[in-house]
Design a protein around this ligand. Structure first.
Ligand code: NAP
Length: 267
């Protein structure tokens, strides 16, 4: 059990997914989780699970050990100003806000409170997030505690802050890219004969299997592809046609386009 009280400021897509993940982990007492947003009726289901749902950021922060900031970048400065008088050095703050640097946050709240950036993805709701963490080395003593939380909610990796924009694209936007691949594969599956629900099931489980093959073996993907591609076979013909049509190139170009956009917005 992690005997800490969590305040999730911003119960939108990611904030509510984090609350769901914390509940699912069974490692935190649900009553120790507080989540805020203005339209609280949209997250009533979390209240039913015993999570405290509030509109008041100050009350949430006052009672917290760990404060997770999960609002949009343009909302963050006002919220930091609002909660600043109630932050204490014994708390830990983790900002999930893309494009908002540790130093920009520090400019508002000062440098006395342990501060981290985390870049998870929405699979955090199922405790399957990939979360990239960055921090100033002066907060080294707290990283084990922070890592323990995100390892409950999936896997975590520590990166330097200059890679946060890249982490946002590869890990957080990455969920959407993978799902678009899934949709495309399903559409192909329907064209070759499957009902949509069956095509979805086959595609999703196949993607899960492909991920596990790599995660569990640490093999390069091409090493696993070699096992599936018979000389003059059907798999290699399909793969090569995908490449002729720009499959890898379009994925890489998409990643770079997202990266260029986020990099321009960094504060
Ligand atoms: N979505 C992802 O997959 C993902 C992944 C990694 C990082 N992030 C980062 O996480 C942050 C949130 O993203 P999101 O997709 O979850 O956005 P979102 O769905 O818009 O969530 C933000 C939430 O903040 C709430 N909010 C706004 N003002 C508030 C205030 N004054 N007090 C309390 N709550 C307030 C809003 O709810 P009300 O309008 O009801 O107040 C809204 O639901 C962003 O900075 C994003 O860069 C997102």
């Amino acid at each position: 059990m992690i005997n800490k009280r969590f305040a999730i400021i911003g119960g939108g897509n990611l904030g509510s997914a984090i609350a769901e993940g914390l509940v699912k982990s069974n490692a935190i007492i649900n009553d120790n989780i507080t989540i805020t947003r203005r339209k609280t009726h949209l997250i009533g289901y979390l209240k039913q699970k015993g999570v405290n749902v509030l509109t008041d950021n100050v009350s949430a922060v006052k009672n917290a050990d760990i404060v997770l900031l999960v609002v949009k970048p343009y909302q963050l400065a006002d919220i930091l100003t609002e909660i600043k008088p109630f932050l204490k050095p014994e708390m830990i703050i983790v900002s999930m806000v893309a494009g908002f640097s540790l130093s920009s946050i520090g400019t508002i709240i000062g440098d006395q409170i342990p501060l981290f950036r985390g870049m998870p993805n929405t699979a955090i709701a199922l405790c399957e997030s990939m979360t990239c963490l960055a921090f100033d080395k002066k907060w080294n003593a707290y990283i084990e505690e922070v890592t323990a939380i995100f390892d409950l909610l999936g896997k975590s990796v520590i990166i330097t802050e200059d890679l946060m924009a890249s982490a946002t694209v590869l890990g957080s936007c990455g969920i959407a890219y993978a799902l678009r691949f899934m949709r495309a594969a399903m559409q192909g599956g329907i064209e070759i004969g499957f009902a949509a629900d069956v095509a979805q099931f086959i595609t999703a489980q196949t993607m899960k299997g492909a991920s596990e093959l790599i995660l569990q073996s640490n093999h390069h993907p091409e090493q696993e592809i070699d096992k599936v591609t018979t000389p003059r076979g059907i798999t290699i013909s399909g793969l090569n046609e995908m490449e002729h049509q720009g499959f890898s190139s379009s994925l890489i170009q998409g990643l770079i386009t997202s990266f260029k956009k986020i990099d321009k917005q960094d504060k």
